[in-house]
Design a protein around this ligand. Structure first.
Ligand SMILES: Nc1ncnc2c1ncn2[C@@H]1O[C@H](COP(=O)(O)OP(=O)(O)OP(=O)(O)O)[C@@H](O)[C@H]1O
Length: 271
């Protein structure tokens, strides 16, 4: 055996092109067009039920859209053989099954599956890759633990390591900071900026989105209502209109990124 056939993938430009999802006559995503630049971090934000996860599910092919296309560079992702799209796109989502009682190491190693043939074992580079991803996410000490015994945050970090070792061209993440304490939130988001992959990430925390994203798309009721840099998009007017919340926006004193300040009175006078 002379090593594995698939070299680390280069980032690809990801384009959602008039993406539409209709289920039981209800439009969950309406003609969504959004570009995630190669090697850039693009965020998707919006209220509960606005269609963020549904759009993301089309990208990692858990759901076939009713219309439109998902393009990787100029290839139509949805017509690629599953194995090929699995090599290009890694997903960290709320529906990653970890019900099997594998060890944390085994779960992370599964990230290499799309690159392997049959029962081919990991080579030295791949084992090193797994070790480094686990160290980066602070879970190397948990390598021999069964995932079912891990806390929510520990498990989330193991799944993040699994997505990273896939060395994908595109990384899609649905609320990746779920369960994570603030230190591990910052650790994961700063890792995202360093992967070099094209990242499309759903975040609820607008301040984290402003800190990590090059561009942000805002969904409301399945429709893209704004897209641009966090500074252009995350304005008090937009937050009021889309989320129904009064926010004060100030520049972060160290980075200049917009930071939204709320108070318990931010809903006052609103239905
Ligand atoms: N399979 C389905 N069948 C019917 N309705 C669905 C289905 N999947 C999602 N929906 C509905 O579509 C809407 C959008 O759901 P989606 O999960 O994409 O929202 P979201 O923006 O990710 O929300 P959240 O912030 O709460 O995670 C919701 O009203 C949801 O109830």
């Amino acid at each position: 055996m002379t090593g594995h056939p698939t070299p680390p993938t280069r980032p690809a430009r990801l384009r959602l092109d008039a993406l539409r999802v209709t289920i039981d006559g209800r439009a969950l995503v309406r003609d969504l067009s959004l570009e995630a630049g190669a090697g850039r971090v693009t965020g998707l934000v919006g209220p509960n039920g606005s269609g963020k996860s549904t759009a993301l599910r089309c990208v990692y092919r858990a759901l076939a859209p009713t219309g439109g296309a998902v393009r990787l560079d100029d290839r139509d992702l949805l017509t690629l053989p599953r194995r090929e799209s699995a090599r290009s796109v890694a997903a960290l989502t709320q529906e990653n099954g970890t019900e099997l009682d594998f060890t944390a190491w085994e779960i992370v190693a599964l990230g290499r599956t799309p690159h392997l043939r049959g029962n081919q074992p990991l080579d030295a580079r791949e084992r090193d890759l797994c070790r480094r991803a686990m160290a980066d996410l602070d879970v190397l000490h948990l390598a021999d633990r069964g995932v079912l015994t891990l806390s929510g945050g520990e498990r989330q970090r193991v799944l993040a390591a699994r997505a990273l070792v896939q060395e994908p061209a595109v990384l899609v993440l649905d609320e990746p900071t779920n369960h994570l304490d603030i230190r591990h939130q910052i650790q994961l988001l700063s890792l995202l900026r360093r992967t070099g992959a094209t990242v499309l990430v759903v975040l609820h925390d607008l301040n984290l989105a402003a800190a990590v994203c090059d561009r942000v798309g805002v969904l409301a009721d399945g429709t893209l209502v704004a897209a641009g840099t966090p500074g252009d998009v995350l304005t008090p007017e937009l937050v009021r209109e889309v989320f129904g919340v009064d926010a004060t926006v100030v520049p972060h004193p160290l980075t200049g990124a917009p930071q939204l300040l709320y108070s318990l009175h931010s809903l006052e006078g609103r239905p």
